[in-house]
Design a protein around this ligand. Structure first.
Ligand code: MG
Length: 459
């Protein structure tokens, strides 16, 4: 791990016993404990093979600085976030690498409302790198106890936000794919409580992720898609590794990207909450704006990243947020991504309207999405962005994160430097596929031309 920096856009992430080791994580635990100062924190983890090692290390670090810890064991990220808030902890540490490959693990730090810390990460990094850890005296060490039953409490809370009896009347058959991870601890149980028939695939907990990779991308969801179709089920739901994101599969086996299901939830939310604020990153489809405009919502665009969406919701007192990757933030429950809450909302809308998810999605405005990438060295990213911005002057451009250009024919393109790789990502969308492909090609070659010029200038 590079010096001076521990946290990335999603907490601390790294490969086990290479970038993340037990002794290093214990030191991170002590740095977090020094930052919180003698407080009481919840610790829990997802289903990865290294979780016990790192949870124990975090707890040892916290206790050594005088912080008390409660250990909740294995649970989804939203379950742990809810437990932090519900039990009045001062904060929490979640050992998870979310959707990363199996050899990874990571650490997220949350406040007493369950929302991840953001700029405070620097303070923890300073304590860690500048050897400012404050260890407690032998007679002031923190203690640890277990906190059982948080999955039950979480499921109980989600049910309060929907009408379980109404959903149960429909006897929906739902297929669940939680990627052999923590979504299996809550989703099947929630569904049975809502009167659904449940078929689970990849249901055994296994940190090697034998069934599919933990990222719920369409290419990883072929098995659940064919299962929904083969069993003639009403719905499929696939979670990422820590079950904060959910991707839905229609009764015909179609995998819907997060924008589409979020638009369904948003439409219903706006029908019940007129003029409500809705928060979404600039990477979301124009579909989200279309639906907000049609139903009187006030849309707030943010930088890409779930923590930014949560923090913006908190700041503006907005009650709904959503991301194109399947993250839905339902404020009345908690202002963080929550896969099971999203599932309950979708079932509630299906039950209330009496319509299939496939029909609810088919009636939305349709967009064709194309993605691309351009190789760009780290030290050229800023310059490339500046030159691109110069080139598109006069167009309808947003500079919230990278640059997004909206065109009159309802097409749009977002060009954004990746936070983790030496590339620029391009996301285009249009009313037909030809136009979105053309946008990716046009702007890839613009970017490449600028980069070539930048590189030849240096020679
Ligand atoms: Mg996740």
């Amino acid at each position: 791990m590079s010096s001076g920096k521990l946290f990335g856009t999603n907490g601390i992430r790294g490969t086990v016993n290479k970038e993340l080791t037990a002794d290093m994580v214990a030191k991170v635990g002590s740095a977090i404990g020094t930052f919180f100062k003698n407080k009481n924190l919840l610790v829990g983890h997802d289903a990865r093979t290294s979780n016990k090692i790192f949870s124990n290390a975090i707890i040892a670090g916290l206790n050594s600085t005088g912080c008390d810890a409660s250990f909740a064991g294995m649970a989804s990220t939203p379950t742990l976030q809810f437990a932090v808030k519900n039990h009045g902890f001062d904060g929490g540490v979640i050992v998870t690498a979310s959707h990363n490959p199996p050899e990874y693990n990571g650490i997220k730090v949350v406040w007493n409302d369950g929302i991840e810390i953001s700029h405070e990460q620097e303070k923890i990094e300073n304590i860690y790198f500048q050897e400012k850890i404050q260890l407690a005296n032998w007679n002031k060490l923190g203690t640890t106890q277990n906190l059982p039953n948080i999955n039950e409490e979480y499921i109980g809370e989600i049910k309060k936000h929907v009408n379980p009896a109404k959903i149960a009347l429909k006897h929906y058959h739902v297929v669940v794919d939680a990627a052999n991870s923590v979504g299996n601890l809550t989703a099947p149980r929630l569904l049975r409580d809502l009167g659904c028939k449940v078929t689970s695939i990849n249901a055994n907990i296994d940190g090697t992720f034998p069934g599919r990779p933990p990222e719920p991308r369409p290419e990883n969801l072929r098995e659940i898609a064919s299962t929904v179709k083969a069993l003639d089920a009403d719905l499929g739901v696939a979670f990422d590794g820590d079950a904060d994101r959910s991707i839905f599969i229609g009764d015909g086996g179609e995998v819907y990207w997060g924008d589409k299901t979020f638009a369904v939830i948003m439409k219903n939310f706006l029908m019940e909450n007129t003029n409500a604020k809705v928060v979404t990153p600039v990477s979301s489809s124009t579909l989200i704006k279309d639906v907000a405009d049609a139903h009187g919502g006030e849309l707030i665009w943010t930088k890409v990243g779930s923590v930014t969406v949560s923090q913006t919701m908190k700041k503006l007192d907005a009650q709904l947020g959503g991301e194109e990757n399947g993250g839905v933030f339902y404020g009345p429950h908690q202002a963080v991504r929550d896969g099971c809450m999203t599932l309950a909302l979708i079932l509630s809308i299906m039950a209330t309207t009496g319509r299939k998810l496939s029909d609810l999605i088919a009636e939305q405005p349709q967009y064709f999405i194309e993605k691309g990438k351009v190789a760009c060295p780290e030290d050229k990213k800023e310059e490339l962005l500046e030159k691109l911005t110069d080139e598109v002057k006069g167009l309808n451009v947003s500079k919230i994160d990278g640059i997004k250009i909206w065109f009159d024919d309802k097409s749009a393109i977002l060009l954004r430097p990746s936070g983790t790789e030496p590339i620029f990502r391009l996301y285009a969308e249009a009313k037909n596929q030809k136009r979105s492909l053309q946008l990716v090609e046009e702007y890839s070659s613009k970017a490449e031309k600028i980069l070539n010029a930048l590189q030849s200038n240096r020679k």
